[in-house]
Ligand binder design. Structure first.
Ligand code: AMP
Ligand code: GLY
Length: 424
């Protein structure tokens, strides 16, 4: 089977690595991909929302399945586009239609969905310019810190957590005034939940689901979870506090009601559901939904999936996921992200990455790289994910850190305290 992966980051490199091991794979294409993905397939220089160029590629190369990595093409309706086209309608797209992608594309929609289906989440109020005074009144009923979220996609930057009430009131006004453009025309004001977070992933065919390995990612740039938010500085799987008891609560209170809720709402959902959870005194609450796999969680989680991912994807497409096997490895996995100095603020691109060949025992998933002649050069803030397996988390981390020290590029940076909160 010829498969196209849409996207260009570490998550897509991890998909390419795994999919290329499937006995079912014919030719693999990645649009647009990066220097790492080209080892496993053909990179095609097409943007992830250029649906017409994707259409042409799919027809030209008899592509029989499309796996969508990032959220933007899903929210913009890539799956709807395929279903509306006579020549594409029978080619499965792994990822929801735009109706389901609203779980990530609109925080207000996600909150209403959770309320409707009795899924535990923080109390909230959605505010626009029209009901600003009621929103401010709700804000005043909360105690700090105050959580303000742009309703729409804001490249992971649309959440503000503010200590002081007066400052939060001011921020609500600024958000509605266009701080995040159209995305903050509606602002979700939320109760602050205090606890520890983890990422749970399910693959669903709309009715059946499989729970993938759970992971914890590290979003802040600085040691001890300080400083600015990033796309993710690393990930660990499994998560010790997400034990059998916790995961049973997650399945019963969150995963099942979500999959059933989608059906009840008439949303045909085939793809990944990413539950961003917080454990508050061992009780799970949903912080957010995403409609894709996490990055860098995928780069860790993928090492623990022993089964054929393409077989699972076929189960999604054919709605018989229940008949497919998902075997999860007992080993642990850890991913350390190397980033460019300055990230998540301004950083340079185009620095030569050296000594990739000195890495042993880990798997490298490229995030932001490209070829410049024969050199691999940096091409993003997050540059390379170093993923390792181990009998336990310290062993997996140790291996990733050993290799993190070997790879060289100007102003390389990584967090050296991953797992600090799990390994007390
Ligand atoms: P989100 O983009 O919704 O994942 O939010 C970004 C981050 O803000 C989350 O990973 C949490 O660390 C934090 N956050 C979001 N909502 C809440 C909340 N209700 N209470 C506490 N922290 C939150
Ligand atoms: N690692 C969090 C995300 O992918 O959104």
């Amino acid at each position: 089977m010829n498969i196209l992966i849409v996207g260009s980051g570490g998550r897509e490199h991890a998909f390419a690595w795994k999919i290329s091991q499937s006995p079912k794979i014919g030719q693999l294409f990645i649009a647009p991909g990066n220097a790492g993905t080209s080892e496993f397939g053909t990179n095609v220089e097409i943007g992830v929302t250029d649906f017409h160029a994707i259409r042409k590629l799919v027809l030209e190369h008899q592509i029989e399945m499309v796996v969508v990595g990032p959220e933007v093409p899903l929210v913009e309706g890539i799956h709807d586009f395929f279903l509306a086209d006579e020549q594409l309608e029978n080619i499965p797209v792994i990822g929801p239609l735009s109706s389901g992608a609203r779980l990530e594309g609109s925080k207000d929609f996600a909150k209403q969905f959770m309320l409707r289906h009795n899924i535990p989440t923080a109390a909230y109020f959605s505010v626009t310019k029209e009901n600003l005074e009621s929103g401010i009144a709700f804000l005043r009923t909360l105690s700090g810190p105050y959580v303000l979220k742009a309703d729409g996609l804001a490249a992971g930057k649309g959440v503000l957590i503010i200590e002081e009430l007066a400052e939060a009131e001011q921020a609500v006004r600024e958000m509605l005034g266009g701080m995040f453009g159209q995305a903050s025309k509606t602002v979700v004001i939320e109760e602050f939940l205090s606890g520890i977070e983890c990422s749970v992933f399910a693959l669903t065919d709309g009715k059946n689901y499989k729970i993938l390995p759970v992971a914890k990612d590290y979003k802040r740039i600085g040691e001890g979870d300080t400083g600015l938010n990033t796309g993710g500085m690393g990930a660990i799987s499994p998560v010790p506090f997400a034990d059998v008891v916790f995961m049973k609560k997650v399945e019963e209170r969150i995963i099942i009601p979500t999959v059933n809720g989608l059906q009840l709402d008439g949303i045909d959902y085939r793809g990944f559901i990413f539950f961003g959870l917080i454990s508050v005194n061992s009780e799970p609450f949903v912080i957010e939904y995403n409609v894709r796999m996490g990055d860098p969680e995928t780069e860790a989680v993928i090492l623990r999936i022993n089964s054929d991912l393409v077989d699972l994807f076929e189960g999604v497409a054919q709605r018989n996921l229940a008949d497919r096997d998902l075997e999860i490895d007992d080993d642990c996995a850890a991913t350390v992200m190397l980033v460019a100095g300055g990230y998540p603020g301004d950083y340079k691109k185009g620095d030569v990455i050296a000594d990739l060949d000195k890495v042993t025992g880990s798997i490298l998933f490229h995030s932001g790289t490209k070829f410049s002649g024969d050199d691999v050069v940096t091409n993003g803030g997050r540059v390379i994910a170093i993923s390792s397996r181990g009998k336990d988390i310290p062993q997996a981390l140790e291996l990733s850190y050993r290799n993190a020290a070997k790879i060289q590029f100007k102003n390389k940076f990584f967090r050296s305290d991953l797992g600090f909160d799990l390994l007390k």
